[in-house]
Design a protein around this ligand. Structure first.
Ligand code: 5GW
Ligand code: MN
Length: 302
């Protein structure tokens, strides 16, 4: 556990950092690195990883990770976990606890974990309705925070399993409420695929919204993520009682929530790419990317 604000006493006096300039200081000029509500948008070369790590080094930050692997999705666990071990908060100053939610505990691969890192398996029921799986995640994350994480973790990150890490994902991603911009909609106008039916609790009017976020990654401090998942899970249920299912299920509710409760840190599409997109010049590094999957082979009912 750590004090509420970063302490500079942990800075290694042997480390020297370049003077930060506020005029043409090597800052990215090809992308926006801050939202209109002054939250950072995390892009490569807008932060100093060594400085950020040094600022956190005496805090022993504990990060909980949730990942769901139900039905055929257990096949993605090995790559997800192995690449996370190479890129996700690597270093002796972090404690990492992966919570794998699965209906087939025997299918969870055994992975060599670094020091201070461990994996916990949670058995959950399978489902033939995939809509229940994605929405059910919100409820299960809520319960995990309430029953196990409080007092034991500083931050939580919740990931889709059908993806791999390819580059550093570390202290630059920490914040109170953290969300990632969808790689398919970061360069488009506001014609986002929000839920547009007023009867849904995920409703967004044409002039509403900031970015389109992808629900494949989110995180932050426990109270913020708890409020997010409990609200989205509740609204999904209220819709279900009315016989409504939002266009992109949990992701639609997630986007409405984040429009009302702005994230305090936004991750650029470096942190949530999709393998099928062609590379773009502004994407200097891909840190995490969804793999290409054959839906007819992995989904219980298409
Ligand atoms: C199955 C069919 C359709 C949609 C989701 C599933 C499914 C999702 C499943 O059978 N098992 C499962 O564990 N999931 C979890 O939900 C995985 O962690 C998965 O990464 C996450 C979101 O579903 P995705 O990855 O299929 O959704 P997209 O929008 O990234 O394609
Ligand atoms: Mn996915």
């Amino acid at each position: 556990m750590h004090p509420a604000s970063p302490s500079l006493t942990g800075l290694d006096s042997n480390l020297r950092f370049d003077q930060p300039h506020i005029l043409n200081g090597g800052w990215r000029t090809d992308v926006a690195a801050v939202t209109p509500w002054l939250a950072p948008i995390v892009w490569d070369a807008t932060f100093d990883p060594a400085l950020l790590d040094a600022m956190h080094k005496d805090r022993k930050v504990t990060v909980a990770v949730t990942v769901f692997a139900i039905g055929k999705y257990t096949q993605f666990l090995k790559d997800f976990l192995e690449t996370a071990e190479r890129h996700f908060f690597v270093g002796s100053t972090f404690n990492i606890r992966y919570y794998v939610f699965t209906d087939q505990p025997a299918e969870v691969p055994s992975i060599d974990m670094g020091a201070g890192r461990e994996l916990v398996i949670r058995s959950v029921p399978g489902s033939n309705r995939w809509q229940e799986i994605t929405a059910g995640r919100m409820k299960m994350i809520q319960a995990l925070i309430e029953t196990e994480l409080r007092g034991h973790a500083d931050y939580i990150f919740c990931f889709d399993v059908d993806a791999k890490f390819h580059g550093r994902w570390g202290t630059e991603t920490l914040g109170e409420l953290v969300a990632a911009i969808h790689p398919g909609y970061y360069a488009t106008e506001r014609t986002f695929p929000y839920e547009r039916r007023p009867a849904s609790k995920a409703y967004m009017a044409p002039e509403d919204g900031d970015y389109y976020y992808q629900a494949a990654v989110f995180g932050g401090e426990l109270p913020y993520v708890h409020h997010l998942v409990s609200t989205c899970g509740h609204n999904f249920e209220l819709d279900a009682q009315q016989g409504i299912e939002a266009l992109w299920q949990d992701e639609s509710h997630f986007n409405r929530y984040l429009w009302i409760h702005k994230p305090t840190k936004v991750l650029s599409p470096e942190y949530l790419w999709q393998d099928f997109h062609p590379r773009k010049p502004e994407i200097r590094i891909i840190r995490f990317s969804s793999v290409i999957k054959d839906y007819t082979k992995i989904r219980p009912n298409v």
